[in-house]
Design a binder for this molecule. Structure first.
Ligand code: URA
Ligand code: SF4
Length: 184
């Protein structure tokens, strides 16, 4: 993981290196059973170099706790290691340039389940290019590792955390837990 970090630290594979303040490699337990994958660092992440530390991060932390874990038990990363200016959706080229780093992180952690948070993570991990709702509720695979797709915490916040959406996310997390416990 240190090698991956060293490469990310000097990476110039896409233009985002020029506008970032800090890269955000990801953090957590190298022996994690569950690996959460977001989209890209936001303002707070860019300022601190840590994943999911803003408002969306607080919500993700609550989800992790509801599952019976702490942030130290799990691993949290992103498709992109550098913040897109203004939090725009990363381009296909940027995603393609950065994805190999996440792939290596997944190969190092070897989690029992990957949780794709939002469509960008879901498309990259499932290879499907449909809507998020079409990708939910099924077990996908990335290099043999089960992948569960759910809504991004930022989307929940943006929508005002409606009960129906929270219920769907919780169903997705229950599916992830069943995979970890070998029940499906
Ligand atoms: N949103 C993401 O997708 N990733 C982060 O690290 C923070 C917010
Ligand atoms: Fe390199 Fe990824 Fe940063 Fe682009 S976003 S410069 S590919 S580390």
């Amino acid at each position: 993981m240190r090698e991956v970090e060293e490469e990310v630290a000097r990476c110039r594979k896409c233009s985002l290196h020029a506008t970032r303040r800090n890269y955000v490699l990801g953090e957590g337990n190298l022996l994690a059973e569950i690996f959460f994958v977001g989209e890209a660092p936001g303002a707070r992440e860019d300022a601190t170099g840590r994943p999911f530390v803003g408002r969306a991060g607080e919500l993700l932390t609550r989800i992790i706790k509801a599952m019976g874990y702490t942030r130290r038990d799990v691993y949290i990363g992103n498709i992109l290691k550098c913040r897109p200016p203004g939090n725009r959706t990363p381009s296909e080229e940027e995603q393609k340039a950065c994805f190999p780093y996440l792939k290596r992180q997944i190969e190092i952690i070897k989690p029992r389940v990957l949780v794709a948070l939002g469509r960008v993570a879901a498309v990259n991990l499932t290879g499907e290019k449909t809507s998020l709702s079409a990708m939910r509720g099924r077990i996908h695979r990335f290099e043999g590792i089960p992948v569960v797709v759910t809504y991004h915490p930022s989307y929940l916040l943006q929508r005002g955390e409606p009960r129906e959406l929270k219920k769907m996310v919780w169903e997705d997390m229950k599916l992830a837990l069943r995979i970890i416990h070998g029940e499906v």
